[in-house]
Ligand binder design. Sequence first.
Ligand code: 9MG
Length: 276
Amino acid sequence: MFWQTTRFRIDLARPKVMGIVNVTPDSFSDGGRHDDTSTALAHCEQLLAEGADILDIGGESSRPGAAPVPLEQELARVLPVIQGALQFGVPLSVDTVKPEVMQRVLDLGADIVNDINALRLPGALEAVAAHPQCGVCLMHMHGDPATMQSRPAYDDVVAEVSDFLHERAAALLQRGVRLERIVFDPGIGFGKSVAHNLELLRRQRELLALGRPLLLGWSRKSTLGTITGRPVGERLAASVAAALASVHLGARVVRVHDVAATVDALKVWDGAGLGG
Ligand code: 9MG
């Protein structure tokens, strides 16, 4: 299966590792370390040296309760990093919910729009649909980052996530976007309890019926903290285990902070013949 993006047709026969580059001073796990362009670009190079296949660059934290970032500030954070990272010759994903940011990064040549809001802001569907072939990751989120963790409730979390993603993809297809540009993400931690996240993991294979590759982001998330009792800085083993479990259950892209450890784990998984 392939993921069509602006410059690359990404072959997902083998799982791909998407490295996280937060250009945000308030990010939940590496706040303040990549808050300028040269530091962020150095971080990109480091993740690539560790084996990242895709870089996901974001200028607004999606952590529950994080302060919203004004448009001009988000642009000032991400545009110079995208501009500089284009030279690395790997797919560049941009983590944003704002249609204006999508438009500007696509104009620069970014490959993928990663929207935790699944293109629900006015103008977002249009920004992606106007591009001839950028990739897009549609993620499920219940509520918004300010409110999403206050008592999330579902009758059947897998069915509701699946219906939502199907509906968002239909909206894109209706605007002429080909299915091969779309990847789905159930949105671990976005308006879900620990039990919901674990149910999504156990029943992850049901989401493959959507007919497109799955991208999963478990890295350092609070559910892993609840399971292990560990603070965010000590969730490496849990993050790698979750990434591996999600790949084993059909994910084709994992979004991670700890690229080197995840790449090593996937090599062993592959060496064991589990990758097919
Ligand atoms: C931006 N961001 C934070 N967590 C994420 C996740 O789980 N998936 C995707 N696609 N993006 C995420």
